[in-house]
Design a protein around this ligand. Structure first.
Ligand code: C5P
Length: 245
């Protein structure tokens, strides 16, 4: 057996064992339509807020603030309550993207958020790596803050959304602060991909308007985790979404 073949077999075996060790957190079932953006920076607060809103959120999105504060070991602790999405907005060359995504999924994340402006090869590598672990990829099509449409213009956002679809991504990220953009981007991707939308609450977006525009999930951070009673706040968003049905 050649060295190349032996190394390939070893890699496949490692991937298989990694998959076997993973908890089944890759299920994105929409029950409430809420994803918690957990941008607290310490483990105690992260676990406290997440346990309070457990059952009211369909997933927990974490990013650099929490992971730099606690390390990736926080993922397995949060996964007991809900699937975890790693919002690292991965944006690099394919090899580096793969190395980042491998860490994300080995840690037990159900999904990763990546940038799409890096192009088809980078995006393809993220999707391929996610598939190896049974994970999902969401692609940022447009940012939600006021300056978010400075570079992500109409045509750029639409091109990124189309590329996300072509690359086999599970969904895109579209701004709840601009529901009309959610609507436009939905027409680009059709019904096969999910839309997750940040910007509800602290950034001024409305959960109802965002879902009406075509989002599957709204992402809510500060207005839940900074509330005196995070569960009550999450419940308010849940009821707001339920009224649409
Ligand atoms: O606290 P707030 O509800 O504004 O949190 C929104 C979350 O969504 C943050 O974690 C932010 O980094 C993220 N996000 C966003 N806009 C995007 C992509 C991600 O606000 N386009």
């Amino acid at each position: 057996m050649s060295i190349k073949t032996a190394s390939l077999i070893r890699q496949i075996d490692i991937s298989r064992r990694q998959r076997e060790n993973m908890t089944n957190t890759s299920e994105f079932q929409r029950k409430t339509g809420i994803i918690l953006a957990l941008d607290v920076t310490d483990e105690a607060s992260a676990l406290e807020v997440t346990s309070e809103v457990a059952g009211l959120v369909d997933a927990v999105k974490i990013g650099y603030p929490l992971v730099l504060g606690t390390g990736l070991s926080i993922v397995s602790k949060l996964s007991k309550y809900a699937p975890v999405i790693a919002d690292f907005k991965v944006a690099d060359i394919p090899n580096t993207d793969r190395l980042i995504c491998e860490h994300v999924f080995k840690a037990g994340c159900a999904a990763v958020i990546v940038q799409g402006f890096t192009g088809p090869d980078s995006l393809a590598e993220c999707v391929k790596t996610a598939n190896e672990f049974g994970g999902k990829v969401f692609v940022v099509s447009e940012m939600s803050h006021p300056g978010g449409d400075h570079f992500f213009t109409d045509s750029v956002s639409k091109e990124i959304a189309a590329l996300a679809k072509k690359s086999g991504a599970f969904g895109i990220v579209a701004p709840a602060t601009r529901p009309e953009r959610v609507k436009e981007l939905r027409t680009v991707i059709g019904d096969d991909l999910k839309i997750i939308s940040p910007g509800v609450g602290a950034q001024g977006g409305s959960a109802a308007d965002t879902i009406k525009a075509g989002a599957d999930f709204v992402i809510v951070g500060r207005s839940i985790y900074n509330a005196e009673n995070p569960r009550d706040e999450a419940m308010k968003v849940k009821v707001e979404i339920e009224k649409l049905i």
